[in-house]
Design a binder for this molecule. Structure first.
Ligand code: SF4
Ligand code: SF4
Length: 320
């Protein structure tokens, strides 16, 4: 993938102040480290923009695809409208999370609640300090979002971001690529789809599945995991509420369908499925590696399971 040149701008003190005002006039969220040491997306409590990005424990996806939401209800003969979300901003997100946002934008391209939230959001990325777990790759996929801010320099990532910078009086500079952090020492292993498909009986699945607790934490924190379940709650008066809730491919019930058949009854099947979905995508995203290398799953797994390590082992040791 050729690295894109993007419109960039120079910010003076006054244009930066105008930008900070524009962002903080919205309901703004930012990743902040809490007193318990966890980094969470929290409301920005000052009118000062952060200067650096942090990787929040639960990523950006929760603002666009909430863990639980009402999609519609039918009560007293009336369908309810999906509520129009308030405009909001998210500032201080790392570039790998903007790749994950691009990925979700493709998955939910025709999903009204998701698109409404996206249309009302302003997403601002900033430089990050890579952690030991990070394996981001600027070539992996495009980024979504609106702005990238690096002190006195800004990049416009969307027409809305471009318009905002101009409105704040930023001065146009030459188009240039985004300043990604330098690649870490670890390289992502290369595994072909064919290798993965023919590995269904490899011993590594059963061995790893013996350690896996099916807790689902890796999928919950993954910025590109998006499985959900739909639940209709019906009442005797005929009213119905349709809820959408996060689901998780590690959960035992995930692949169970009407009639009781379970497509992935064993934990080893579920592990294989997760790796296949993550690295080789489905539908319009088939062939797209959906792992942005943020390292969240490695950090959170209580038994140190690492998808890249499984891929490396399958690639190096063959399918024994
Ligand atoms: S590193 Fe883990 S959590 Fe991050 S995108 Fe890849 S699979 Fe998801
Ligand atoms: S976090 Fe680890 S133990 Fe939990 S489901 Fe994921 S791989 Fe299994």
């Amino acid at each position: 993938m050729v690295e894109a040149l993007l419109p960039s701008y120079r910010l003076t003190q006054s244009s930066l102040a105008a930008l900070a005002d524009a962002v903080t006039n919205l309901s703004a969220f930012t990743p902040q480290v809490d007193t318990d040491g966890f980094c969470r997306l929290q409301r920005l409590s000052t009118r000062v923009l952060p200067s650096q990005a942090f990787s929040s424990f639960i990523p950006l996806k929760k603002l666009f695809l909430p863990p639980r939401e009402k999609l519609w209800s039918f009560q007293s003969g009336q369908f309810s409208e999906i509520e129009q979300p308030e405009p909001f901003a998210v500032v201080g997100v790392p570039l790998c999370d903007l790749q994950a946002l691009w990925y979700l934008d493709q998955v939910f391209a025709e999903d009204l609640p998701y698109q409404k939230r996206r249309a009302r959001s302003l997403v601002v990325a900033m430089p990050c300090e890579p952690m030991p777990e990070c394996r981001c790759d600027r070539q992996l996929m495009p980024v979504a979002g609106d702005l990238f801010l690096d002190q006195q320099c800004a990049w416009a990532l969307s027409p809305a971001g471009d318009a905002l910078l101009r409105a704040c009086g930023a001065g146009a500079a030459a188009d240039k690529p985004l300043p990604w952090p330098a690649a870490g020492p670890e390289r992502r292993p290369l595994l072909t789809e064919e290798q993965l498909r023919s590995s269904a009986d490899a011993t590594i699945w059963a061995e790893t599945a013996q350690r896996c607790l099916s807790c689902g934490a890796c999928s919950a924190v993954c910025p590109t995991c998006y499985c959900f379940d739909l639940l209709d709650e019906t009442a005797t008066d005929g009213s119905v509420i349709r809820d959408r809730r996060w689901d998780n491919c590690f959960f035992a019930e995930h692949a169970k369908v009407a009639g009781g058949h379970d497509f992935r009854p064993e934990r080893a099947n579920r592990l294989h499925f997760r790796l296949e979905h993550k690295f080789f995508g489905f539908g319009a995203l088939h062939g797209q590696n959906g792992c942005v290398g943020c390292g969240r799953c490695r950090k959170v797994c209580p038994v140190d399971i690492d998808l890249d390590q499984i891929a490396a082992q399958l690639g190096e040791e063959g399918l024994t």
